[in-house]
Design a protein around this ligand. Structure first.
Ligand SMILES: [Ca+2]
Length: 531
């Protein structure tokens, strides 16, 4: 199917009878059932959740009862990938449905241009009210990108601070290295991340209650709730560590030397200071215990949000999504953090639950991407896509009208810790990774789920490899992109240097906590600034 055919299918899928928007479906005579209206959407994101460490994906040690329940009530995607295994480029590609290199989504200091249409813009064109609570991590002067409301400040700066410099070659990055990640293993009484997530949770809860009371109740609500945990540094409270007192927390599986898979991993080994530490099995298990505690902290709040939806009698009107921007290596292959195309870093959880609207208790093996979220939500909302996309709607998979055969997923990494563009293709059970002039990597995830053997170049796989190479090189000029990234980094370096020449512009999002007391309003707003 070419893009035009896909766009037509996508648009057609958006106006199927069961999902007509209310203005065309509603008449005084025939009031539609709740399930006929475009759903409200609760889109839950946590940061750095590898599917391999939560219950819905089979981790027996994990204490994630609410995610387990959500998974049973909906669909679990067993091969969902992020567009790029790093916060900012992953989120940019999620919101825009575009491959990272097409929107200059390179690293955590990449500007998110205001002219690119997002999921939020399209949802608003379908009459949705779009609200964000928690981490957005937008870089640049546009801090809305289509959200009507942002209920909280952000947890990271929105400027060019963490700009990589590929001209230096591989360098240790103090701040994202493994020592820093593990510097404050718990128990701790409370942390900055918990404070941020508690605010995110509280304001989400308050906004749901205001919706129940009637605030913008004439519009469907898209509510994005975005937690920062279980991002590093890994730490939690005694209560959450105690959940794992007797748990059998698995250690990383047996792996060979990662440099035998590809010499390019030397770059990330350097970036993360992997070669400077020798972690004992006890330390690795303790790091994982803290990580799991953070996951359970978030799971608890997700459970409370879903319980409140039920208490407010809103649960049947909501479709609930859960995902993460990327995973975490947690010691697999001897590696920590993200930025890798290996499974623990580039795979993400993706769970969609909408009882009464979509089938329950299903698992989907086809490879899918967070880039597919925009067309999926547009389909659910009945929004018509009018700009170019790289993603493809998941709604036919969710509604069991598509098998998923032949789906190809592409991910890209163009940020710090590498020095050349990296591209990954997932098709059927195969994963293929290219980096300009370096030898490619090919993994057969069915025969080798732990990615211990790079089988690129083996005669047995030659047909598969040439097919994958075709996918990988389509629309991709690695050397030209290398030059573009270097130029883009240099431009931002000049602008960033203004900190030494009078100061950098202030782009941080600042919600106005409350307005003045208004006796005529039912609501005490967190922000009066609207977009
Ligand atoms: Ca992240």
């Amino acid at each position: 199917m070419n893009r035009r055919e896909f766009m037509q299918t996508s648009v057609k899928g958006g106006v199927t009878a069961s999902l007509l928007p209310p203005q065309t479906a509603t008449t005084a005579r025939s009031r539609p059932k709740t399930s006929d209206l475009p759903p409200n959407i609760l889109f839950i994101m946590a940061d750095q959740v590898t599917p391999f460490m939560i219950g819905p994906y089979g981790q027996k040690a994990a204490h994630t009862p609410h995610l387990d329940l959500l998974a049973r009530s909906g669909t679990v995607f067993d091969a969902a990938y992020c567009g790029s295994p790093l916060c900012v480029p992953s989120r940019m590609s999620l919101w825009t449905g575009r491959l990272p290199h097409k929107i200059q989504a390179y690293d955590n200091a990449s500007e998110f241009a205001a002219h690119i249409p997002t999921t939020l813009h399209y949802l608003r064109r379908a009459n949705y009210r779009t609200v964000a609570s928690g981490k957005c991590h937008f870089i640049g002067p546009d801090q809305a990108h289509g959200f009507n409301e942002r209920l909280t400040p952000d947890i990271f700066h929105s400027d060019f601070g963490p700009l990589p410099d590929w001209t230096l070659g591989p360098v240790l990055n103090k701040g994202t290295d493994v020592q820093t990640m593990l510097r404050m293993l718990g128990p701790h009484k409370w942390t900055k991340q918990m404070g941020f997530d508690q605010m995110t949770f509280d304001r989400t809860l308050a906004r749901l209650r205001e919706y129940a009371m009637g605030k913008h109740r004439d519009q469907p609500l898209f509510l994005y709730v975005s937690f920062t945990q279980p991002h590093d540094p890994y730490t939690t409270t005694k209560h959450y560590l105690d959940l794992y007192k007797d748990a059998e927390i698995p250690l990383p599986k047996a792996h060979g030397n990662i440099l035998e898979l590809s010499p390019t991993y030397k770059w990330l080994v350097t970036q993360h200071g992997i070669n400077l530490v020798n972690l004992s099995p006890g330390k690795i298990r303790e790091a994982r215990r803290n990580y799991l505690g953070m996951v359970s902290w978030v799971d608890d709040r997700i459970g409370k949000l879903l319980a409140e939806l039920r208490r407010l009698d809103l649960d049947k009107s909501f479709a609930v999504f859960f995902t993460s921007d990327h995973g975490a290596m947690l010691g697999e292959h001897g590696q920590w953090s993200k930025r890798y195309m290996l499974e623990w870093s580039s795979r993400v959880p993706l769970i969609v639950s909408a009882p009464g609207r979509l089938p329950a208790g299903r698992r989907i093996a086809a490879p899918v991407s967070l880039i597919d979220v925009l067309p999926t939500l547009a389909d659910l909302a009945g929004a018509k896509i009018e700009t170019e996309l790289d993603g493809r709607s998941l709604l036919p998979l969710l509604k069991e009208t598509e098998t998923g055969d032949g789906r190809v997923v592409i991910a890209e990494y163009l940020g710090e810790g590498v020095i050349e563009p990296v591209r990954m293709v997932r098709w059927e059970q195969y994963k293929y990774i290219i980096v300009n002039d370096y030898p490619p990597q090919l993994y057969d995830l069915q025969a080798d789920p732990n990615e211990n053997a790079n089988v690129a170049g083996q005669a047995k796989y030659s047909q598969v490899e040439s097919r994958l190479r075709g996918f990988a090189l389509r629309g991709w000029d690695g050397p030209a992109l290398q030059r573009a990234v270097l130029q883009n980094q240099q431009s931002r370096r000049v602008v960033r240097s203004m900190k030494d020449y009078g100061g950098i512009p202030q782009w941080e999002y600042e919600p106005i906590e409350t307005g003045t007391y208004d006796p005529d309003s039912d609501f005490i707003p967190f922000t009066r600034r609207e977009y």
